[in-house]
Design a protein around this ligand. Structure first.
Ligand SMILES: NC(=O)C1=CN([C@@H]2O[C@H](COP(=O)(O)OP(=O)(O)OC[C@H]3O[C@@H](n4cnc5c(N)ncnc54)[C@H](O)[C@@H]3O)[C@@H](O)[C@H]2O)C=CC1
Ligand SMILES: O=C(O)C(=O)Cc1ccc(O)cc1
Length: 381
């Protein structure tokens, strides 16, 4: 991986001599993670925006941005890049507000919303007076939210979809791509409508199914709390995404509702088929369903960090001491914490070295994080 990115600084359009301003509206999980990827690079100034004064103070205090403001105008003024990182339901009004402001000529406005068709269509209708809108979706995240959950490494090795239209000048797409190399994500370009169809199926539908499943079990649990107690293992892990932020997901599902309604119908047909196989006691048919699913699943591309990850990971900033990695692995071993992978991430200028620890079980991650913190290691998600 390091080979793929070893040259990434050669592709930047900024330097001490050519400084740029990046404005981030909504410095939460995704906005904060992007801010961390840009902040501290030579010639880059990252400004955060929130409607809430207490949030702006928090963004600065946590060192995620260089400065923060509650004024939309102040944040947008002279910005070279504007990232809209607010819930999907708010994106179009932010684009409207920006279209009424005197933006820097050539400013690139982009968003990180989990749905793309409506915001791209909306921006396409507006005159942005010398600015250009390019839809974007970093396809990694977690069930956590807020700036507290932001991480420098969140988007590393994930896909990052951009949805330029026929009208988007290619040089602007190139400029945005070069900036996004700082996330270490892999850029994929596609059409916004196709994006919503595919992401609806592979991400939005699983979130709906996880929520419906948890609520189904919660109903049974009302009359027998053994359901909850026995659900502590695998069930807890496969339904992790049911704990995602309600406002973020309300907006995503409502925005993608036409696609979701068709997907729910297909899902119901799949469940009806299963019910028929059960009713007719068709064991071969049931086994065939598993065989077909297993065959398809085995052909999925290499594990890539991204949507609905089943790996639980944390990062430890490691001081430059000989034997430190062995020491950490030994501590985890003594505590009987099952580590699935341990990797030194190429060290960066701003941190001495980073160790990535991966676990198959969220409990192992929780226990490892608590243990390493108690031993005074700098651990982050
Ligand atoms: N959660 C995830 O894993 C992923 C989310 N996304 C997209 O990223 C965007 C942000 O999501 P997260 O960072 O997860 O959420 P978050 O809740 O961590 O951050 C949202 C940010 O928007 C601000 N905000 C909330 N409501 C607002 C409102 N009504 N007006 C103005 N600002 C408001 C919050 O203060 C916060 O700074 C969403 O559009 C979401 O669809 C994209 C990829 C992954
Ligand atoms: O938690 C997970 O595994 C996710 O699926 C995170 C996620 C949520 C929303 C997105 O638009 C992209 C990724």
């Amino acid at each position: 991986m390091s080979g793929e990115f070893s040259d990434f600084t050669d592709f930047t359009d900024f330097s001490e001599k050519n400084p740029i301003k990046i404005a981030i509206f909504g410095v939460g999980l995704i906005g904060g993670s992007l801010a961390l990827c840009f902040k501290g690079k030579p010639g880059v100034r990252v400004v955060g925006h929130s409607v809430n004064p207490a949030s702006t103070e928090k963004y600065v205090a946590r060192g995620v941005v260089d400065s923060a403001t509650t004024s939309l105008e102040e944040a947008a003024k002279d910005a070279d890049f504007i990232f809209l990182c607010v819930p999907v339901g708010r994106l179009e009004e932010y684009v409207d507000e920006l279209s009424r402001m005197p933006l820097k000529p050539g400013c690139i406005i982009t968003d990180v919303g989990s749905t793309k068709a409506s915001v791209v269509r909306h921006a396409d209708k507006l005159s942005l007076r010398g600015a250009v809108f390019i839809g974007g979706h970093p396809m990694a995240g977690s069930e956590r939210s807020g700036v507290e959950a932001a991480s420098l490494h969140l988007l590393e090795n994930a896909y990052y979809v951009l949805t330029p239209t026929d009208k988007t000048p290619p040089e602007y797409v190139g400029k945005l791509e070069r900036l996004l190399r700082n996330t270490r994500a892999h850029i994929v370009k596609t059409d916004a409508v196709q994006h919503d169809d595919i992401v609806g199926a592979i991400s939005h539908l699983p979130h709906m199914i996880a929520v419906a499943l948890v609520n189904q079990i919660a109903g049974y649990n009302e009359s027998n709390d053994l359901y909850m107690r026995l659900a502590a293992g695998g069930f807890r892990d496969i339904t992790r995404i049911a704990s995602s932020d309600p406002t973020i997901w309300r907006d995503i599902l409502l925005n993608n509702r036409e696609v979701m309604l068709k997907l729910v119908q297909d899902w119901q047909e799949g469940m009806d088929q299963f019910a028929d196989l059960l009713r007719s006691e068709d064991g071969d048919g049931i086994a065939e369903q598993f065989r077909t699913a297993g065959d398809f699943r085995s052909q999925l591309p290499e594990r890539r960090k991204g949507m609905i990850t089943s790996l639980y990971e944390c990062y430890v900033n490691v001081p430059d001491h000989p034997g430190i990695i062995g020491k950490i692995a030994t501590e985890l071993g003594h505590a009987k914490i099952n580590l699935s992978n341990l990797r030194i991430i190429e060290s960066r200028e701003d941190v001495p070295g980073v160790l990535r620890l991966s676990f198959h079980q969220s409990d192992d991650l929780d226990r490892a994080t608590a243990l390493l913190k108690s031993l005074n290691y700098d651990v982050h998600a």
